[in-house]
Ligand binder design. Sequence first.
Ligand code: FAD
Length: 334
Amino acid sequence: MKNFTYFRPTTPEQAVTLLEARWGNTEMLAGGTDLLSLQKQYVAQPGRVVSLNGIAGLQTVVVGERSATLGAGVTLARIADHADLRRLFPALTAAAGDIGGPQIRNMGTLGGNLCQRNRCWYFRDEHSPCLLRGGQRCSAIEGENKYHAIFTANHRCVLASPSTLATGLIALGASAEILGPQNRRRTVELAKFFFAPTGPTEREHTLAANELMTSVTIPVRGLTNAAYEVRQRQSSDWPIVQVAVAFSGGRNGEKATGVKIVLSHVAPTPVIAEAAARAVDNRIITDATATAAGRAAVEGAKPLTQNGYKVRLVEVAVKRALMIAAGLPRYWEA
Ligand SMILES: Cc1cc2nc3c(=O)[nH]c(=O)nc-3n(C[C@H](O)[C@H](O)[C@H](O)COP(=O)(O)OP(=O)(O)OC[C@H]3O[C@@H](n4cnc5c(N)ncnc54)[C@H](O)[C@@H]3O)c2cc1C
């Protein structure tokens, strides 16, 4: 690991003054479960590391009648185990509980999860000429791409968006509070937070290099919600495909309305599957309507040479997420 200077500010404002306008030389450290591995692999080589762990207030969870606000420094374990969050937002808490293992969940934070770098093996190999580290083209497009994006049209880099908290949060209509230089604060819907990067000056999200995520707010609207993941291994790995759904009603024979279906690990950003939502919106969720939504979810998919199998996984995952949310029998567990 390259040597670096370590800073430990105690307020968000102090932290922001320590950041730089361009990515690369200064990195923020939360739980370190992603950043430290990138540093050890020489993929990230910051000269300055700004710890967020001395900042009071980033670790609070406040659940009110109209919204819940989670500090960016709240751990994944706390999200997974929080009784009110589990009751209101199972799409979020179930995903948090499935991340990594206990060590990762105890160290990893919400902000770090949403800002984590992608899992592409070309990106994470310091010797590979990855587009995101200054290479001429994305090595995965014609290389080893079995875990990469299947929605690839117009994408120069075919990474698969890694965050499994993002899907549930987007489905639930969450937004992030951001603090920038000169005390500039802004709120961004998580549906607009993620970005498909094409070079070393960009990240997988739209934060500027000198901006800090302070919290995430989720509206409390009584939405029925759930997430479903397809995993190769049950722990210590990312899913191959993940889906979160949220809607009003949709249980006990009631129609589902305002349906949101969000996919992850299938494109460089989370995908809001509008055609899939339309297939089931204003309808009773049944095996048949959930199947139709699954089929609609993969419209427009253009898999790479090795990942056509993901198309079927998305169809099934959408169907199962809808059935879980609607409280229908889990036929696959029989
Ligand atoms: C074995 C394993 C399995 C995993 N499985 C999953 C999975 O299934 N699903 C999933 O979603 N994730 C998974 N992860 C990723 C894990 O969720 C992240 O590593 C973790 O959430 C990152 O949080 P952190 O606090 O450790 O971030 P750090 O490593 O400290 O930081 C990560 C990045 O986020 C930035 N950052 C952190 N906080 C902020 C902030 N407040 N504002 C702006 N930028 C910030 C940092 O600068 C850095 O670039 C897995 C990780 C491991 C190691």
